[in-house]
Design a protein around this ligand. Structure first.
Ligand SMILES: Nc1nc2c(ncn2[C@@H]2O[C@H](COP(=O)(O)OP(=O)(O)OP(=O)(O)O)[C@@H](O)[C@H]2O)c(=O)[nH]1
Ligand SMILES: [Mg+2]
Length: 442
């Protein structure tokens, strides 16, 4: 089974890599998306509705508005996926009472600790209340977590009456955010409903969150309904989104069950929790955290830097303009994301880091050049004294300077070749217009 994010990125890479984006390419993309989503446990009916919508909008020229066909298609996929996942959650930063409910091992206690840390980081005082009166070591587990995130803790060891514990906690607490941990069950039943009702009566919570583990997939929708019909829920926390191929199923099922996703847990550490933000979530799945911003940037930078192939080819390539072009690419954000957007999925981390490091070195080298040298590369070509001087001035090795010069030479040769060879020029222009070109040496 393909990992959801990777599958989606690969599907999109086909579009960004296609020489022309037409109806056929869109249909192929749609087919691929269906395959990826279904193999990731998303409801089949939902998948077909979604992909129908994507196909319709992708082929609707009216929506193009200043984007290339390629950008437009990527944007449609991104927006429709975000739509599928439902509303965002914006946690209110004010005094409130929160409680969690859910089945055994769904991640309730962990999520309680994570939320405490989340609100603490926002500057609110937080306290945990131990109301899991079923599991023997539940009290100690929560107390331990409270120490770990450094917040208040209320509980009565050995007490089995949740009302007594809540009364005690409410009398003592002065904190802004109260978060109550409750007991799980192996399955939803009457006894659990009774216990939850007692808690709700005594505690009068502002937020009742249901905690569901992502690895149960589409069953998540049914669970959300069951709990909602019991004491009601104000949102769902989906845990274990890390390393679960069924995550897509859980997410989509919850959002169509009329429940909103409140938080996503994606690891065992206390930091691994985020309020649900559908666009951010999809952006991350697709490999670019903020696709809209990135697209905006890519567009304005292309305009600013005249990355129009015609103009690029007219411009004399000097060390200075070469660096300007590299910088333009860098401005778009971490290289990995830019390359991702240009159709290279899952760029290896080492490659990205190396290139970022290389850019810093290039920058120092360029800054150590005289104006003369910037405009006339031949001055450097055979002068080892100049190269020595630059290496010292830039604080990089002689080899680094030579590498930059080699790459520049390559770029220059390439440019000259394009200018001479009309056929080749046509090809490269197409490639550049498609946004699918590589900068030399990167
Ligand atoms: N990988 C991963 N593990 C998680 C996540 N959330 C919780 N866990 C792990 O899941 C296990 C169960 O978590 P708990 O928080 O104890 O679950 P619970 O719902 O309180 O369980 P009971 O109290 O027994 O009903 C623990 O080993 C947690 O570390 C998550 O987002 N990602
Ligand atoms: Mg627990």
């Amino acid at each position: 089974m393909v990992d959801l994010g990777k599958g989606l990125r690969n599907a999109l890479a086909k579009i960004t890599g296609a020489s022309i984006v037409d109806e056929k390419a869109v249909k192929e993309l749609v087919k691929e998306l269906q395959r990826v989503l279904i193999s990731n446990d998303v409801n089949v009916k939902l998948v077909f509705e979604l992909t129908k919508e994507i196909e319709k909008k992708a082929l609707d020229a009216e929506l193009l508005k200043g984007l290339s066909m390629r950008e437009h298609v990527v944007k449609v996929v991104y927006e429709e996926l975000a739509n599928l996942l439902g509303k965002d959650y914006k946690p209110e930063l004010k005094k409130q009472r929160i409680m969690v409910q859910g089945l055994f091992g769904s991640g309730k206690t962990t999520s309680v600790g994570k939320m405490a840390l989340f609100y603490k980081k926002k500057g609110l005082s937080t306290a945990l209340i131990a109301c899991d009166v079923e599991r023997p070591a539940a009290y100690e587990q929560l107390e331990q977590l409270s120490k770990q995130v450094n917040c208040a803790f209320y509980g009565i060891k050995g007490e089995t009456d949740v009302k007594k514990i809540i009364k005690y906690a409410l009398e003592k607490t002065k904190e802004d955010i109260l978060i109550l941990d409750s007991a799980g069950r192996s399955a939803f039943d009457e006894r659990l409903t009774e216990e939850l009702k007692k808690i709700v009566d005594a505690y009068n919570p502002d937020k009742k969150f249901l905690v569901i583990s992502a690895d149960i997939g589409q069953v998540a929708g049914k669970q959300a309904e069951q709990f909602n019909n019991s004491v009601g829920i104000d949102g769902v926390i989906i845990t274990k989104m890390d390393g679960s191929a069924k995550g897509g199923g859980a997410l989509s099922a919850v959002s169509v069950s009329n429940s909103n996703i409140a938080f996503i847990g994606y690891g065992e550490k206390m930091e691994d929790l985020e309020p649900f933000d559908s666009k951010k979530f999809v952006g991350r799945l697709l490999g670019f955290p903020d696709l809209e911003t990135l697209m905006e940037k890519a567009k304005t930078i292309a305009e600013e830097q005249q990355m129009d192939p015609e103009k690029l080819l007219e411009q004399e390539l000097t060390l200075k303009t070469f660096y300007e072009q590299l910088k333009a690419a860098k401005k778009m954000g971490p290289l990995g994301k830019v390359l991702g957007m240009m159709g290279a999925p899952d760029v290896p981390k080492e490659f990205v880091e190396q290139s970022e490091g290389k850019m810093k070195k290039y920058e120092s080298v360029i800054n150590s050049l005289t104006e003369e040298e910037k405009n006339d590369y031949n001055l450097l070509k055979k002068s080892s004294t100049r190269i020595q001087r630059i290496s010292k001035g830039a604080g990089v090795s002689v080899e680094d300077v030579k590498t930059l010069l080699r790459e520049f030479e390559k770029a220059k040769k390439m440019m000259n070749l394009f200018k001479k060879n009309r056929g080749m020029r046509g090809k490269i222009e197409k490639m550049m217009k498609s946004g699918n070109f590589k900068l030399p040496g990167m």
